[in-house]
Design a protein around this ligand. Structure first.
Ligand code: SF4
Ligand code: SF4
Length: 380
């Protein structure tokens, strides 16, 4: 058992990236609602809070300072935050952002501190600019207790990072049962790489951004047959927490109801039974049978599009709607995918994308369908 496993009292972490807000604006965090959630979480023996520089447009860390740090003794909670590596241009910037984060959170040290969203390119930049040395120096000064990184790339890149950086004590990975075997996210392969290096895993997005909390049709029937009172999200969180090398599963909680559901089944966590594991296997099989667009996310179509439409991302949301129903989660994802780029309805039908597509998809027709589903209703 690693040192970190021994430290972690319970396997559910409070992700502070989707906090309750007062008026629909991500920057206006509802302190009263957040405090109530924190109180309920801590009362039940949970301890871990995960924030980051960009969450809530830079306001999450401040909210953690006001609602958690000012109200609880420092030994009642673990606080994790992350270095916004994409903003760093020179070594001095690491210190600048780190001091700003300590100040915003009103703490003198972070229990866990991560280089945020590492991938093939970012790891090279962090190596060149001294990011790994910086976090080690903060650890030596007692301003960080444990160093690690969050990761969004393929398993071979993770293998290389963990080989080159044995000083990293943990890694935060995207793991959920639907993406376990996916070639894109590579949840299983990444988990196995971390296990091979003996590095404990913190899981992010166990419910796939909320997607696995909504089920329709046969997948819904399969899970409801196990226990009609258990939420669909509970199976996703418990699936991730059942993996032996996982020390913590983060859930981005937005209201008290969600928090109470999560804490109820994670307070005395029980790993999934064989019957539950089999049911999840069947859910994945059923989800894969649905008529989704067979886009492989190769992105050959994207560059030449005169309207800058992120075609595979729009198809990803379309597929989520087919599998899990069109809900506020998929509508929110659609808005994110067209933020700063073209929307499906902007397509001028020039056909350049279809000439590039190795899957021979009828992209123009499919974009029309996506626009019908998402843009009409939301008046985009
Ligand atoms: S057909 Fe539409 S999506 Fe395809 S390249 Fe042209 S504008 Fe872009
Ligand atoms: S080229 Fe085709 S398969 Fe590749 S991302 Fe675009 S739509 Fe998907």
């Amino acid at each position: 058992m690693s040192e970190l496993t021994k430290e972690m009292p319970k396997k559910l972490g409070f992700g502070c990236m989707r906090l309750p807000v007062t008026d629909g604006s991500t920057e206006n965090i509802n302190d009263a609602a957040f405090c109530e959630m924190i109180d309920s979480y801590i009362e039940q023996g949970f301890k871990y809070f995960d924030t980051a520089y960009p969450y809530h447009n830079g306001r999450s860390e401040e909210a953690v300072g006001r609602c958690l740090v000012q109200r609880y003794a420092r030994d009642r909670f673990f606080l994790a935050s992350k270095m916004p590596v994409w903003l760093v241009k020179e070594y001095a910037d690491y210190g600048k952002y780190f001091e700003e984060q300590l100040k915003k959170c009103q703490v003198e040290y972070f229990d866990f501190y991560l280089l945020h969203a590492m991938n093939k390119d970012r790891v090279k930049e962090a190596e060149n600019l001294g990011g790994f040395q910086f976090v080690q120096s903060m650890k030596a000064e007692g301003k960080i207790r444990h160093i690690g990184f969050s990761f969004h790339d393929k398993a071979d890149v993770l293998d290389e990072i963990l080989t080159n950086h044995p000083e990293m004590e943990f890694v935060q990975l995207q793991i959920n049962y639907y993406d376990w075997e996916s070639e894109n996210v590579q949840s299983r392969k990444c988990y196995e790489v971390a296990e091979k290096h003996g590095v404990p895993v913190i899981v992010m997005e166990p419910v796939k951004g909320g997607t696995l909390a909504n089920m329709v049709g046969e997948p819904a029937r399969i899970l409801s047959a196990l226990d009609e009172n258990a939420s669909y999200a509970s199976y996703a969180v418990r699936y991730a927490a059942s993996l032996p090398n996982v020390i913590l599963v983060l859930s981005g909680m937005s209201d008290l109801k969600q928090l109470q559901d999560n804490t109820a089944y994670m307070k005395d966590f029980q790993p999934l039974t064989d019957k539950e594991q089999q049911a999840i296997g069947k859910v994945v099989e059923e989800l894969e049978k649905l008529p989704t667009i067979p886009c492989t996310n190769c992105r050959y179509c994207v560059e030449g599009c005169p309207k800058k439409i992120r075609i595979p991302d729009i198809f990803g949301v379309y597929n989520m709607g087919v599998q899990f129903g069109v809900t506020d989660v998929t509508r929110g994802s659609y808005r994110c995918q067209i933020d700063g780029s073209g929307k499906a309805g902007d397509c001028i039908k020039c056909g350049k994308c279809e000439a590039q597509c190795p899957q021979h998809l009828e992209i123009r027709k499919l974009l029309e369908e996506a626009a019908d589903i998402y843009e009409k209703e939301m008046h985009l």
